[in-house]
Design a protein around this ligand. Structure first.
Ligand SMILES: [Zn+2]
Length: 121
């Protein structure tokens, strides 16, 4: 794959969410970027990437058209970050639910958790 670089702003949010709500448990060597045309038909995705140098573990793609607001964008990113947390093991099964509950308890979905006047759903 070519051009495996994070978008600075999305990676910044990845790090903020990791620090504030994942206790920094997620690896930093994850690429987070907007998908290019035709690359991602879903809202977002998280896939393991196999670099020869093992530099990056996962690639998180966000579909710009399907993440039109900051709230949706950050929700999508947090969702994909749960896949990183569960090491992409069980899609949306028990481990995923457990993390989602933890994030709710830690206040991620409270109004203003990441940005004032913004609620993640
Ligand atoms: Zn998912």
């Amino acid at each position: 794959m070519t051009d495996q670089h994070s978008d600075g702003s999305l990676k910044k949010w990845y790090r903020i969410i990791n620090t504030k709500f994942f206790n920094n448990e997620l690896p930093d060597n994850v690429i987070v970027r907007w998908a290019r045309g035709g690359e991602e038909s879903d809202v977002a995705s998280c896939s393991p990437i196999d670099n020869p140098d093992k530099k990056n573990k996962y690639l998180i793609l966000l579909n710009r058209a399907k993440n039109p607001t900051t709230s949706i964008k950050l929700s999508s990113l947090a969702h994909e970050m749960v896949h990183v947390a569960t090491k992409n093991r069980d899609a949306h099964g028990a481990a995923f639910d457990e993390w989602h509950k933890k994030l709710t308890e830690r206040g991620l979905f409270r109004r203003g958790a990441l940005l004032s006047n913004t609620t993640l759903f």
